[in-house]
Design a protein around this ligand. Structure first.
Ligand SMILES: Nc1nc2c(ncn2[C@@H]2O[C@H](COP(=O)(O)OP(=O)(O)O)[C@@H](O)[C@H]2O)c(=O)[nH]1
Ligand SMILES: [Mg+2]
Length: 441
């Protein structure tokens, strides 16, 4: 996610932090680079201008430039402003005082609406709700089948009424929800290739008929500024309550994620990061900013883990990370959980430091298999205390796992660096995290 953006920003920061004394001219130069990086990432130019102005105003203050670590302070300011840009607080669905709560999902064709509906239903079910999915996309015959199939996968009932108009389906499914004691209704509506009058009118009619408590607008983040423009056009005509950014797993630039809040002034509520039905996250601006700056996202990872395996195990994991007692044994456990948690890349992007360790190379599942084999070839003692793994042991592990000594060395080295990185993160404070980002001398 946002790999290009992260890599480029890191280059700028590296230079900035390398400077002992920083003058206003240095700041201007660095911010010019940040500006270029953001424009390259397809962030809206007005947003970029405001952002750079805000960072500059705060950065050229006496306290910053004359502090011992001006470079780091400026990075911290950039982090703060990124958080502000994306919305400071996270927002979820607002529930109706009297159920059922109606959530209407709208957006262009192919943006990921139907998938999101099923993901949201699944997310809410895990939190103790009883959702009902409603197939109100009547324009493509396959759309109803698709929702029924996805609903079956997450074991959530789907209301379908072939042959009816969308607005009829929407009103009928409310009755159905009341009868069946379902407390949330999620309406999947039809998209078009472009925002057009017909689509608007249909959504408007449904809106009037069922008065949704929440209208979520789904956009494909990979379409960059187009996503932002679509959201604005839709919002001008028919206001919505929140944005869902999809396909962030394939978005290396981040332009939509960074601009949308500033342009439509509505919070991003959820992000979708893969095709699997559990690849949904509540959007947290602060965590997103630290991901963009390559600082990992330990909280999301732990939450995801909590979701997947039992809470005690997750707490133990978090504690171990905080106390820097994370061993190869835990790492192996995590690798096994990875398969349950979604794609490897997705999980790795959330482990602090992983981003830099993989050196831009994407970790694929093949690489994972050999890492797993290497750890499995270690004895229990070696897994707990990697320091004892000398040359002889490395050779044994390599032949045992069908890999090379170089590969074993690499895994050991990366693990050591990962532990170090976790240590800095576990101190919990942003400035410390930023210190962890300093390139190794
Ligand atoms: N990689 C990826 N694919 C997604 C994501 N969300 C949806 N898709 C895929 O995008 C395609 C269109 O999704 P769909 O839900 O049918 O879009 P709709 O036309 O808006 O209802 C499908 O192939 C989905 O599997 C995501 O977050 N990441
Ligand atoms: Mg659909």
């Amino acid at each position: 996610m946002f790999q290009d953006l992260t890599d480029k920003l890191e280059l700028v920061f590296r230079k900035l932090r390398g400077q002992g004394k920083i003058s206003e001219a240095n700041v201007t130069e660095s911010l010019r680079e940040v500006r270029r990086v953001l424009l390259d990432a397809d962030v809206n130019y007005k947003i970029v201008k405001q952002f750079i102005d805000d960072v500059r105003t705060r950065s050229v203050g006496q306290e910053v430039l004359q502090s011992i670590t001006p470079g780091q302070l400026i990075v911290k300011i950039i982090y703060d402003e990124l958080v502000k840009l994306m919305g400071t607080a996270s927002a979820e669905i607002r529930f109706a005082p009297m159920p059922p709560t109606v959530v209407m999902v709208a957006g262009l064709q192919g943006s990921g609406k139907t998938t999101f509906c099923a993901k949201l239903a699944n997310h809410l079910k895990k939190k103790g709700h009883f959702p009902l999915l409603a197939a109100a996309d009547v324009h493509r015959p396959a759309a109803i089948d698709q929702l029924e199939m996805l609903g079956a996968q997450v074991q959530i009932p789907v209301f379908a009424e072939r042959g009816s108009r969308a607005v009829e389906i929407a009103t009928h499914c409310l009755d159905q929800a009341r009868r069946g004691a379902r407390d949330v209704v999620i309406l999947d509506t039809a998209g078009r290739l472009h925002i057009d009058e017909e689509m608007m009118r249909e959504v408007e009619t449904i809106k009037e008929a069922v008065k949704p408590n929440e209208i979520l607008f789904v956009v494909d983040s990979m379409t960059g500024q187009d996503a932002v423009n679509t959201a604005r056009a839709f919002h001008d005509r028919l206001s919505f309550d929140g944005v869902v950014l999809t396909k962030l797993d394939g978005d290396t630039r981040g332009g939509a994620a960074l601009s949308i809040r500033g342009v439509v002034d509505k919070p991003v509520k959820f992000i979708s990061v893969g095709e699997k039905l559990d690849a949904l996250e509540v959007f947290h601006p602060d965590r997103m900013a630290s991901r963009i700056l390559g600082m990992g996202d330990i909280v999301t990872l732990v939450e995801k883990a909590q979701d997947q395996f039992d809470e005690r195990k997750a707490q133990k994991l978090e504690e171990k990370i905080r106390k820097s007692q994370f061993t190869f044994e835990d790492f192996l456990d995590q690798l096994h959980e990875v398969k349950k948690m979604g794609s490897l890349e997705q999980v790795m992007s959330m482990i602090p430091g992983m981003n830099r360790l993989s050196g831009g190379a994407t970790l694929d599942d093949k690489a994972l298999v050999s890492v797993e084999a290497i750890i499995q070839s270690m004895t229990k003692e070696e897994r707990a205390k990697p320091a004892i793994i000398n040359g002889g042991r490395r050779r044994r592990i390599a032949s045992g796992s069908g890999t090379s000594v170089q590969q074993v060395n690499k895994v050991l080295k990366q693990f050591g660096e990962m532990q170090k990185m976790m240590k800095t993160i576990s101190k919990g404070k942003i400035p410390r995290i930023l210190q962890g980002m300093r390139p190794p001398r």
